[in-house]
Design a protein around this ligand. Structure first.
Ligand SMILES: [Zn+2]
Length: 314
C-alpha cells in the first residue's frame, strides 16, 4: 500500500486521509486530508512552506529560520533513536546524502502498529535544514513511500545485494554531494533486482558507483608500466595503484590481489559467465575494502549469499 508518514503522526494510504494517530498527537498545519496525487502534495509543501512559523512545528524539531527541502530519497541506514524515533541516512537525488531524525515515526496506538521507515525504501521526503547547519541532524517532517521493493525482503541474496549497495553508497559518497546519475542508477538497480541476476546487477552497480565518485580502477593497461594488459597472462590488481598490475611489475607492488579470469570484463558492461561475475564482485569488494580501510559490514553476508548464488558457466 502506498503509505504516507507525516513524522509518524499521520498515515495516508491510497489517497485517503486516515487522520492523526493518537489522541494527543497533532498533524503539521496544512497536512490533514492531503490528496494522493504528487501534484497536490507538491502544492501542499509549497503552501505549508509559506505559512507563518507555528509552535506545532517544534514537535518535529523544526526551528524558526529552517528551510523545508523536498526531494526523492532511498534509505541507506537506519538507527533506532529512543522508543519512537529513528535516525536515518538517506541518499537524495538532488541533495546527496542526508542524515535526518524522524521523531515519533515508530509511535503506535491500540489501533495501529508502526515499525517506522525501513531500509532500502524509496520515497518522497521533506526535511528541514537551517542554512549553515548541514552538519546537524535534519528533522524529517514528511515521508511518502514510493516503493518498498518487496522482492528484496523475500530473497536473501537480493536483500544482501541491496544492503551491500546501500552501505557502499553511504560510505563512499559525501554528505550534501549530489550524484543524480548514481541516484537514478540505484533506483533502477533496486527495481531490477526483482528479476535479474543479483550478482551481475551488483557488479554493474558498484562499477557505476566507483565511476561516479572517480575511483573506478584502470583495467585496460598496467597502472605501473602502462602496457596493455590481457587476461591471457596472470594479472594482479592493486587498489592503491588504481587498477591492474602486469606480471612484470607485480613484484614491486606490496598491496596486490591476483585477479581471476573474467574480472576485467566489468569495463565492457559486465561479464556474462558465472566465473567472471564472481571474479568481478570479488575484485570490486577488495577495492572498496582497501579504499575504506575495512570491509563493509554487509560484505561477509554478500559473499555468502550473492556470490554463492551466481550459478552456471563454472
Ligand atoms: Zn606493468
Amino acid at each position: 500500500m502506498d503509505a504516507f508518514i507525516c513524522a509518524g503522526m499521520m498515515i495516508i494510504g491510497r489517497g485517503i486521509s486516515r487522520g492523526c494517530i493518537g489522541a494527543r498527537t497533532t498533524c503539521l498545519p496544512g497536512w490533514a486530508g492531503v490528496a494522493s496525487s504528487r501534484r497536490r502534495n507538491r502544492h501542499r509543501v509549497e503552501s505549508s512552506a509559506r505559512r507563518p512559523f507555528g509552535k506545532r512545528l517544534e514537535r518535529f524539531g523544526v526551528e524558526q529560520g529552517m528551510a523545508l527541502i523536498k526531494d526523492e530519497a532511498v534509505v541507506l541506514r537506519r538507527l533506532d533513536f529512543s522508543e519512537s524515533s529513528q535516525v536515518l541516512a538517506v541518499f537524495t537525488r538532488a541533495h546527496g546524502q542526508q542524515r535526518v531524525i524522524a521523531k515519533g515515526v515508530k509511535r503506535a496506538t491500540r489501533q495501529r502498529a508502526s515499525v517506522g521507515i525501513d531500509l532500502l525504501e524509496r520515497g518522497d521526503i521533506v526535511f528541514s535544514q537551517r542554512p549553515g547547519g548541514e552538519e546537524r541532524l535534519s528533522p524529517l517532517t514528511e515521508w511518502r513511500q514510493l516503493d518498498h521493493y518487496p522482492h528484496l525482503r523475500a530473497d536473501l541474496a537480493r536483500y544482501y545485494a541491496g544492503l551491500y549497495a546501500g552501505e557502499a553508497v553511504a560510505m563512499l559518497t559525501e554528505a550534501h554531494d549530489p550524484h543524480v546519475g548514481l541516484f537514478d542508477g540505484l533506483r533502477k538497480y533496486l527495481a531490477d533486482l526483482s528479476s535479474d541476476e543479483p550478482g551481475l546487477l551488483l557488479a554493474r552497480f558498484l562499477w557505476l558507483l566507483l565511476t561516479e565518485i572517480g575511483l573506478q580502477p584502470e583495467l585496460s593497461v598496467c597502472t605501473s608500466c602502462r602496457r596493455l594488459v590481457t587476461e591471457d597472462r596472470v594479472l594482479y590488481f592493486s587498489s592503491r595503484s588504481g587498477g591492474a598490475i602486469c606480471r612484470d611489475c607485480e613484484p614491486a607492488s606490496i598491496e596486490k590481489f591476483q585477479l581471476s579470469v573474467g574480472a576485467t570484463k566489468i569495463t565492457r558492461g559486465g561479464p556474462t559467465d558465472a566465473r567472471g561475475v564472481r571474479a568481478a564482485l570479488t575484485m570490486l569488494d577488495y577495492h572498496i575494502t582497501e579504499i575504506l580501510g575495512r570491509p563493509l559490514r554487509a560484505a561477509r553476508s554478500m559473499h555468502a549469499t550473492v556470490v554463492k548464488s551466481v550459478s552456471g558457466g563454472g
